[in-house]
Design a protein around this ligand. Structure first.
Ligand SMILES: [Mn+2]
Length: 349
């Protein structure tokens, strides 16, 4: 029976720190994953969403992605995927385009893809509202959602996954590798393939899963080097003594000396690709001059109050709410607005 490579959160096209080198890193990580799939002789690469950083990847990134997909196809390895929140478009998705070219399969909840007799179901990102997984008897479910086991307000309850019938649930969205087992069922996040945020300190990798015996192996990737310098170390000394050539240097700081500018200077002087300085001090309550009040608390509230002063029709207000409601997935905005308009039309033809 089949062995699959489970990956996701590739974020191809992310020009991190405004650097072309970092954009290339994200595409390169995908091509590395493709080669891992070839080396491990898996039957399929299962992609759990966020292949792209956004819905409009550039041509260089599309080219790299398609080269990877052609390499898989030539090796007889399926590429099975779903849509993540980052790349989700209103209408035809990138994975649909690749599917129409014979390079990929867009996994669906109703009609599973059969891989060596194992049904594989997929559910595209479906917003941040609580969701119920589809029935996936004896198979694999692939989705891109936050579990309540990793975020308190995650929209998908881990408990529900034990009862959806799937033997394996392969997830994307959360960028760290995690896995849970119950009886002979496995739920796992593969993690991102390049560091998308500074917090993603652990080595990046992919899951290699044997669907016969449930064995999960991690395959670590070689990614851009990040050097983390904790607050209790002298950052300048560390930069001078370590090899920072081409690395992203991340400095946590709890003093005023050296300054961020001095640290950056030292880092770039020694060939760092990027230097990020994070002040980890908890801001102390200072009796500030109460001359200017700046509130960052609730931007939504401020917008709502400003809009309330405009003379919009109730319908326009409703449409505005749908568009700004973060619990409604972008791809559903069209449908929800259309429904509102149709209702208004029926009421006042
Ligand atoms: Mn992601």
């Amino acid at each position: 029976m089949a062995t699959v490579l489970h990956t996701g959160d590739t974020h191809i096209g992310f020009r991190q720190y405004g650097l072309e080198e970092r954009r290339e890193d994200f595409a390169r990580a995908f091509l590395q994953v493709v080669h891992v799939a070839l080396d491990e002789k898996v039957s399929a690469v299962i992609h759990a969403g966020d292949l792209f950083e956004d819905r409009t990847p550039g041509t260089e990134d599309l080219l790299a992605t398609m080269q990877g997909l052609f390499t898989l196809k030539d090796a007889g390895i399926y590429f099975l995927g779903i849509v993540g929140n980052h790349e989700q478009r209103r209408g035809t998705q990138w994975i649909d385009l690749f599917e129409s070219l014979g390079l990929a399969v867009h996994l669906r909840p109703q009609k599973p893809f059969e891989l060596d007799g194992v049904p594989i179901y997929g559910l595209d990102f479906s917003g941040r509202r609580p969701i119920t997984p589809p029935r996936c008897e004896g198979g694999v479910l692939v989705c891109h959602q936050l579990l309540d086991a990793v975020e308190l307000d995650g929209e998908l309850a881990l408990e529900k996954l034990w009862h959806c019938g799937a033997q394996f649930v392969l997830l994307g969205d959360y960028h760290e590798h995690r896995s849970w087992r119950q009886e002979n069922k496995l739920v796992t996040y593969c993690g991102s393939t390049e560091r998308w945020m500074l917090d993603e300190k652990r080595n990046r990798g992919v899951n290699i899963i044997d669907l016969q015996n449930g064995r999960l192996q991690r395959h670590e990737l070689v990614t851009r080097r990040f050097l983390y310098i904790p607050a209790d170390e002298d950052p300048i000394q560390r930069i001078e003594n370590a090899d920072v050539q081409g690395a992203v240097v991340v400095v946590y700081l709890n003093t005023d000396k050296p300054t961020a500018a001095e640290i950056e200077h030292a880092g770039y002087e020694h060939g760092a690709l990027a230097v990020r300085v994070r002040d980890v001090r908890v801001p102390t309550e200072q009796p500030a001059e109460p001359s200017v009040t700046v509130e960052f608390g609730d931007v939504e509230q401020v917008i709502s109050e400003a809009l309330a002063k405009k003379h919009f029709s109730p319908l326009a207000r409703e449409i505005d709410q749908v568009i700004r409601d973060l619990t409604i997935a972008d791809s559903n905005v069209d449908a929800e607005v259309t429904a509102l308009l149709e209702r208004a039309w029926r009421e006042n033809p």
